[in-house]
Design a protein around this ligand. Structure first.
Ligand code: SF4
Length: 383
């Protein structure tokens, strides 16, 4: 049976960043305690409201995301882990990730997280440029990034992901490269790139509308991406997914669940789930509503989507192609009756000719140029 991942959403932050549209709010101890109790109840009662689930898959990855999950106490994280272990068959060698923001842990708290069984930290650094950190409304400065990273190492974290954002307001290629050098100097096992997205109704969107600054143009962001791939590869990292790099053996096992179509069970407000077959479902986004429905013994479900074969096929293509190893024809044919080489022969020929994909007898994958222009490839191959 395919092993599943579990995602736990923790919707609390020290303050709200100017670009953020995630389901998160200000940390408050009393509300956090009610939220953890609600999470435990949702896990205990799962899958009471998902009647389409026949059997729960065994689990080998757990991911605490947010928000800023490191604002919770280690005892609260342990409570949730214990509930998961009561409900699921959790592999003893599971990858258990906690998102940690700079300045939110000291050495004692970091050690306590390690003691609860957290095996991986995902570190939300974003940029080393203090002016950018301030503009983004981040609750830390560049010194705090290095300080907290050192604390994580001292506490025993041997697997750390480092998040960096590119395409920041008025960011130059030189500034980006300086960020990258500083991140690499810390020798994280994994690095994830995010391109800044401007969401409507965020303070950042309003500032852009008022022409207070401009974003780098497409050529500059493309140059940032190319220099990232070059630098990371030179430093010995594997470029294994469009936006993700790792030292050998340090791929994110949890994120790979999404790219390979494995089941992922999500708990908490705004958590999304997939049964690995025909159903996706999502919980209500509102923290307080989530707490109240759980306290009343009701369902937190906001929507359930039944996927058609076409939906699944499209997902297999655009998620599978995110991995630089691509998708094998064998895997594809084991899931679907039609053959992409028949249904999209012209598209495949055109994309190959344009240097965006590579096709062999075994698999279909993006080239490095295709990784940069992946949306063009996906738009051609999904219905
Ligand atoms: S730390 Fe992350 S989740 Fe929290 S407000 Fe900032 S961007 Fe949003």
């Amino acid at each position: 049976m395919t092993q599943a991942g579990i995602y736990i959403h923790i919707p609390f932050c020290r303050s709200r960043c100017s670009y953020c549209d995630f389901a998160t709010g200000a940390f408050d101890e009393k509300r956090a305690a009610r939220y953890v109790a609600a999470l435990v109840r949702e896990i205990d009662e799962f899958p009471r409201h998902q009647s389409f689930i026949e059997n729960l898959s065994p689990v080998d990855t757990i991911y605490f995301g947010g928000g800023t999950p490191s604002l919770l106490g280690a005892n609260q994280i342990a409570e949730v882990l214990n509930a998961l272990k009561r409900k699921f068959e959790v592999d003893a060698k599971s990858e258990i990730t906690l998102e940690i923001n700079p300045g939110t842990v000291d050495i004692n708290k970091a050690k306590a997280f390690v003691d609860t069984g957290i095996t991986r930290a995902s570190f939300g650094a974003q940029t080393f440029n203090d002016a950018h950190l301030k503009q983004l409304g981040r609750a830390h400065d560049a010194c705090e990034i290095t300080r907290t990273f050192d604390v994580l190492r001292e506490a025993g974290f041997a697997n750390i992901n480092f998040d960096l954002i590119a395409g920041l307001p008025a960011q130059t290629l030189e500034d980006w490269q300086s960020n990258l050098r500083q991140a690499l100097a810390l020798k994280p096992e994994h690095l994830s790139l995010y391109l800044l997205e401007v969401h409507p109704a965020t303070p950042l969107a309003a500032q852009l509308q008022q022409h207070r600054f401009t974003l780098p143009d497409e050529d500059t962001t493309a140059a940032m991406y190319r220099s990232l791939v070059d630098e990371m590869t030179r430093a010995g990292y594997e470029h294994y997914e469009i936006s993700n790099f790792c030292l050998p053996e340090f791929q994110s096992r949890h994120n790979s669940k999404y790219w390979t179509g494995a089941p992922v069970y999500g708990f908490g407000c705004a958590a999304h789930s997939f049964d690995g077959k025909y159903h996706r479902w999502a919980n209500t986004r509102e923290v307080l509503r989530y707490i109240e429905v759980m306290e009343n013994g009701e369902s937190a479900l906001d929507e359930v989507t039944n996927l058609s074969d076409e939906n699944l096929r499209d997902e297999r293509i655009f998620l599978g192609l995110r991995l630089m190893r691509g998708i094998t024809w064998r895997d594809y044919q084991s899931c679907f009756t039609n053959d992409l080489r028949d249904t999209h022969a012209d598209d495949l020929a055109r994309l190959t000719e344009a240097g965006l994909i590579e096709i062999s007898d075994e698999r279909l994958k993006l080239t490095s140029v295709g990784a940069l222009l992946s949306n063009e490839v996906f738009a051609s191959l999904v219905y």
